[in-house]
Each structure stands twice: as C-alpha cells, then as structure tokens.
Design a protein around this ligand. Sequence first.
Ligand code: N01
Length: 553
Amino acid sequence: MSTNDQNPVHYDAVVIGAGFAGMYMLHKLRQMGLTARVYERGDDVGGTWYWNRYPGARCDVESLEYCYSFDPELEQEWEWTERYPGQPEILRYAQHVAERYDLYRDIQFNTKVTRAAFDEESENWHVSSAPSIDHIDHNHAPNADDTDHVTAQYLITAVGCLSSSNVPDIAGIDTFQGEVCHTGRYPKEGIDFAGKRVGVIGTGSSGIQAIPVIAETAEHLTVFQRTPQFAIPARNHPLDPAEQAEVKADYHRLREQNKTQQGALGARFDWNEGSVLEVEVEEAFKEFETRWEMGGFAFLGAYGDIARTPEANHVAADFVKEKIRETVKDLEVADRLIPTTYIGCKRLVLDTDYFVTFNRDNVTLVDISENVIDEITPDGLRTADGTSYDLDVIVFATGYDAMTGSLLRINIQGRGGLPLSEQWYAGPRTYLGLGVPQFPNMFTITGPGSPSVLANMIVCIEQHVDWIGDCIDYMQANGHRHIEATEEATEAWVDHVNLVASYTLYPTCNSWYLGANIPGKTRVFMPLPGFPPYAEKCDQVAADGYEGFALTG
Ligand code: N01
C-alpha cells in the first residue's frame, strides 16, 4: 500500500521486521483486533534465517525447542528432521507459519523503515519507509519518490539482535575483483567455491560453521583469525521420530521446564549445580567427556560455576584445549587455535568438524591478531608483514553491530525530535529491554537489557510479544493512550543489568555482547543474563499496573 505525506494511512501498530518476532507480533495484534503493518527489508519472512544462507548455517538450539509454542496445533503438525535445524529448514518453517496464519498480506517486503518519529501533536508515530537497497538480490533500485508514510499509535521494533552486518572498513575493499560476501547477507543463488581460492575472515559462530563446508570444495581455503574461539561438537543427527513423538506427547511440560532454565533451553539435559572445584580433575574430565560426546550446550551444564568462577572456568577450558591439541595434527596450528579467553565468555560455538578441518592440505590458518589485514587488493589481500594472499572469493564472517545497530540505523526520534542515537549515546538504556524513556508507545522486542541473545530466542520473543499484547490490552481497558518508561526505572534497570553481568565472566573479553567488536562503539554489557528472574520481573511489573512506566492519556 502506497501512501503520501498529505494523507497517510493509519494503523494501530507498525512493526519493523518480519523475522520470528515480527511474525508473532503481527499474529498477536490481529488476534487482538488491531490493525498492523509490518515492514521487512528482505523479500520474504524469516529475519536472520532469511539472510544467513551461508554454507553450514544451522541453529545451535535444538529444533524441538527452537520453534513457536503459542499454538499447540502448530507445534504438533510441524515435523523437524534434524536435532538442530539447518537454515533452509528454519526458513521453510517461517514460511509455513506465515502461510498458516495468513501473515503475508500485512507484510510489506523489500522495504526498509528509514525514519520513525513520535509526533507530539497527533500523539502518533509517523513512519517513513523506502525500497530496500541492500536486500539480498541487490536488484531493487532506490527511488526517493517511492517513499511511504504511515502513522501508528504503536511502534514495535522486531529488528533482530544480530542483523546489522559488520563489514570491516579495510582499505581497498572496493578494488577486489573476485566475489565478496558477508555471511549475514549471503547471496540467494549461493557461491560455487569449487576450484577457487577462498579467504574467510572471522572465526565466530558463522565462520566456524562455514569453514568446514567451504573447505570441502574450495581449491584452497585461507582462514584469517583475529581471536581463537572455543567450540564444542554439536553432534547433529537426523531426529529420531520416536524422540520427536515423545516430546510432542507432553510438549507443554518441556516448554514450561525450559522457562525455568537460565538460557530458556535444554531442560532435557542434566544441569548440575555443583562446583567443579569440589571434584578431582579426573572426575571432572570424565563428566566433560560424557557431555562432549552428547554434544551441544549440555557441556556448560556439567558444573554450576563454570560461567561464574575463573578457577572453575579454567578446568572446563583446559578440557577443550586438550581436545584441540588431540585433534589438530600440526601443533603450531593447534596452538594458534587455542583460545586465551574464558570459555563461554564469547558466545560458545557449536561446531561440526571445525578443528579437524585444519588437518586438510587445502586449509591454511593465518593469525591476524597482530599481523592485521592492511589492504584488500584487486587479487586478494595483504597483511601487515607484507604477505599477499591471492583469492577468488572473500567471505566476511565478521559478525554484527549487535543489539543496537539495527535500531540505530533507523532514524528513530522520540519526544521533541530526540534521536534514539542521542538517548543511547553512552550505550543502550532501556527499561526491561522493552521501553525507552522519551519514546512513548515504542516497544523493542528482545531489546538490549533483556535476555535475548543469552537465551533461546524464540522463548524470549514469545515472552515479549505476549507481554506487549497484555500491556496494550491493559491500556485499552483502562483508557490509556500512552505508555513510557520512566527515567528512574530505566536508570535502575541499566544498573541492574550491569550488576548481574558483573557476577559472571561475560564482561571479561572483547565480545559483541559488549559492543567490543565495533570500532568506536560504547563498551557496555547489553543483554541480561538469566531468563527466569527476568520473566518473573516482567510479570510483576505488569501485575503492579506497569510499575516503572508512566501511563497517560
Ligand atoms: O560473529 P562474531 P558471527 N578483522 O562477532 C572477527 C549468532 N550466530 O557472525 O573475536 C578481522 O561472533 C571476530 O574477531 P574478534 C551467535 O550468537 C548463531 O560469527 O572480534 N576479524 C570474530 O572472529 C553468534 O555469537 C549461529 O577478535 C574480525 C568474527 O569476525 C553471533 O550470531 C550461527 C574483524 C566475528 O564473530 C555472531 O556470530 C551464526 C576485523 N575487522 C551466528 N571484525 C548459530 O545458531 C570482526 N572480526 C549456530
């Protein structure tokens, strides 16, 4: 629907993003009898799973837990095929959901929201959008005349925490004559690596998943590593139909049990609360070995203090370091692959054949921690020591401007034209990760200050969408037109997030949780560890008439 400045169409809500958050939000708003328009940069639903089509892309949360629970029929009818869902299967699931609930008709694809401003006179959000120029096909030319304007009472951001790609500003990047891509903007048609010299820059979750698969066909793969990462085997496998049936027979129980877990996942694993420091190292290693064979995040559940206590963390880290040394034949290469951070301090990666890939003759590891990439050249790249690497393809697996990047690249203005970038100049400030002072009726699904990336994202999305729906219901029932987080509650919440994080080892390394991966980004811990107390707090706030929010109108 195209509208203009003079006569904008009005909706109850505008939702930005048609990933899992935006889709469920739209469904919820419709169930409540509200009108909504969803804007999406891509040409289909799926969000992160629409964009991340790189080889090996797979979720690290198990299929049976990484799916909606809001409709028992949906969770019963969808059959997952593998322990962890691969990108194509998750995208099919998202498309199935969009079709099943007839969501497509209210989603405007290939469109990016450029500006959203709260107008104090009309007391509505004014939202401008334009054709997306960076959508995956790169075939939609921008046209300023195409700009759409609509108004809405509520602005709901569902932009994802990891969707603003970080492509490092390396000299000469535009001169490269070969193919170049970022894992988070991977071309739909794919890339044929056969017979090519490929360079992958970055060894986080995306790089670690892509590297073994690319190595299988590339003539030569050079991995440019700035920081080595801990990785645990995922042990993906076809999903046993009997296991799936067993879970589905009592799905509700698993969902409820997951909500009692710190990460809102993995309730089927045994999470041991004991200390690794109270057992002999041999016994601890035996336990780690069992969990290593099991695969997945169960490894971290071996002992309760791994994420909190440096000495406990060292024991778990030593186990994984030993595994790396056992796996990688060239000891010098093994040494370069061994992380020096606490395990789990950066997001723990689940891998499939990552370390063993470095035994292949066609794979080279280049340490760029000090010997940085100086320049990208027409034929490849050159590192600071003067070595040139001839490449046909460069894959940036360099991550994201996480949690805030996707919000700040939209020109969002609150009361008095206050830009969100100004409100957040010293780092993101939210109340509950849901509301921002001076930005009335704006809700940020899985925003900074909520567990989001530290927990099962689908559980976090459902919890936020349900909370927002209840909140809007409450406002309508009580004749309120506005809700706005107070400064005091926000101040206290930001302090709380920092305090909780300080009890963990998370803030000790240069991770994207802290914004440390983006040059110049304010260093502040953005997500809140611990789903259960957070959900309880949100419930309490609602039960107390939205304590910490000002309700007016
Ligand atoms: O990004 P990352 P990602 N020059 O930021 C390096 C989720 N995810 O896309 O560590 C050279 O983790 C950077 O080095 P350093 C998951 O939550 C989930 O891999 O900053 N190198 C790092 O090695 C994950 O944590 C899944 O020193 C540069 C890498 O690039 C999050 O997304 C799959 C550089 C970036 O790693 C992000 O993962 C994929 C530069 N200028 C992603 N800048 C699953 O579900 C950055 N790097 C399994």
